[in-house]
Design a protein around this ligand. Structure first.
Ligand code: LMR
Length: 400
């Protein structure tokens, strides 16, 4: 019976890590998956996470099931981090928050909610976007199409195209937005552009749907990276937000995140929450406790909260240093006169190099640099020491 099952293609992002593992060359570099590495290119467990875990162990917390909606202390902390602790929508009980399985699981739950309660609605996503967004909506049977976002001519934002496409989408569409540090391009709208985006979404009665995977990790400041979401909320709009703690607290494999729905009234929030729980129960029953406790403990303790912010700044700072060094190396080595300053304008953990598929293949086949085929490189996987080598690889791939 199983004989007819065809082989699935490798995942465009996580498949790169598998290929990297199989490469025996010492020069190899994994710039595929967005995962933070130290300057020694080793995975990093935050000191504050180790401290929280030690305290948890000493306390002897049990492993009982969580409620379907997750750990109450986590849900409170996560909504407050996102929106600001004294945001009136929290005080008024307008926010339905469900702990879910990091960014992907939260998005998947949201997609199931859209499919069930808005079966006529379409989701519009940026072109390009994180590869998994399309899989998530496809599997949830939510129709999607793309809005313009990246302009290869300027290696910047196609703002007019973006606005025109959001305007042209059927009224009541869900508009998927990256809260900060757009993946894969690293190009974000300016605060003025966010205002315009909010205008159009409001006029067209669309629903803003944020994917927030890098709060605090992009700029180093939790508040600054939540600017876009808070702007929409301040306008009194209903907003959907998926959150992840994979990057900013380094909890990748703990699968810790949340879906927050800002509603127009407390009873609406109660009903939305009840339906999210109803969807989660047959999907995964209830979420894992360990990562939720870490977040709740870190955020709930002033000292640890401060330590977290400091480590987050350090991680964001290391990525910025590497970004600068890569730009310097490319500018110094490249004789063609190409302007590499777009690298400095991009933010977050990625750089969108503009390398096409054949050039990206050359990066891997000839230089053992593993990256996604859309030309994205994860600067979080790069060290200062490897910037010159990477610059040689990029210049060779671009010009040959
Ligand atoms: C990425 O874009 O590399 C990360 O978000 C990891 C993932 O799950 O794809």
């Amino acid at each position: 019976r199983f004989e007819g099952v065809p082989m699935a293609p490798p995942d465009p992002i996580l498949g790169v890590s598998e290929a990297f593992k199989a490469d025996k060359n010492d020069l190899k570099l994994n710039l595929g998956v967005g995962a933070y590495r130290t300057e020694e290119l080793q995975p990093y467990v935050l000191n504050v996470v180790k401290k929280a875990e030690k305290l948890m162990l000493e306390k002897g917390d049990n492993k009982e099931y969580l409620p379907i909606e997750g750990l109450a202390a986590f849900n409170k902390a996560t909504a407050e981090l996102l929106l600001g602790a004294d945001n009136p929508v929290i005080k008024q009980g307008l926010v339905a928050t469900i702990q879910s399985l990091s960014g992907t699981g939260s998005l998947r739950l949201a997609a199931a909610f859209i499919q069930r309660y808005f079966p006529e609605a379409k989701v519009i996503i940026s072109s390009p976007t994180w590869g998994n967004h399309k899989n998530i909506f496809n599997d949830a049977r939510v129709p999607w199409s793309e809005y313009r976002y990246y302009d290869p001519k300027t290696v910047g934002l196609d703002f007019e195209g973006m606005i025109a496409d959001i305007e042209a989408a059927p009224e009541g569409s869900f508009v998927l937005l990256h809260g900060c540090a757009h993946n894969p391009t690293g190009i974000d709208p300016t605060p003025e552009q966010w205002e315009k985006i909010a205008d159009v979404i409001q006029e067209k009665k669309h629903m803003p749907f944020f994917d927030v995977a890098y709060q605090g990790f992009a700029s180093g400041s939790l508040d600054e990276d939540a600017f876009s979401v808070r702007l929409f909320v301040k306008r009194g709009m209903e907003v959907f937000v998926a959150q992840s703690y994979s990057k900013n607290l380094g909890l990748y494999s703990e699968r810790i995140g949340a879906i927050n729905v800002v509603c127009s009234a407390p009873d609406v929030a109660d009903r939305v929450k009840s339906q999210l729980k109803r969807l989660a129960r047959p999907m995964y029953s209830n979420p894992p406790i360990h990562g939720a406790r870490i977040v709740a403990n870190v955020v709930g303790d002033l000292t640890m909260f401060g330590e977290w912010k400091q480590e987050m700044e350090e991680m964001a700072g290391r990525i910025k240093n590497v970004r600068q060094k890569l730009y310097d190396s490319l500018s110094a080595k490249d004789q063609s006169g190409k302007d590499w300053s777009f690298i400095l304008r991009q933010i977050g953990m990625f750089s969108y190099t503009g390398l096409n598929k054949a050039q990206s293949d050359n990066m891997t086949d000839k230089w053992h640099v593993y990256m996604t085929k859309d030309g994205r490189i994860s600067l979080a996987g790069l060290s200062l020491a490897k910037c010159d080598y990477l610059a040689d690889a990029i210049i060779d791939s671009f010009h040959n």
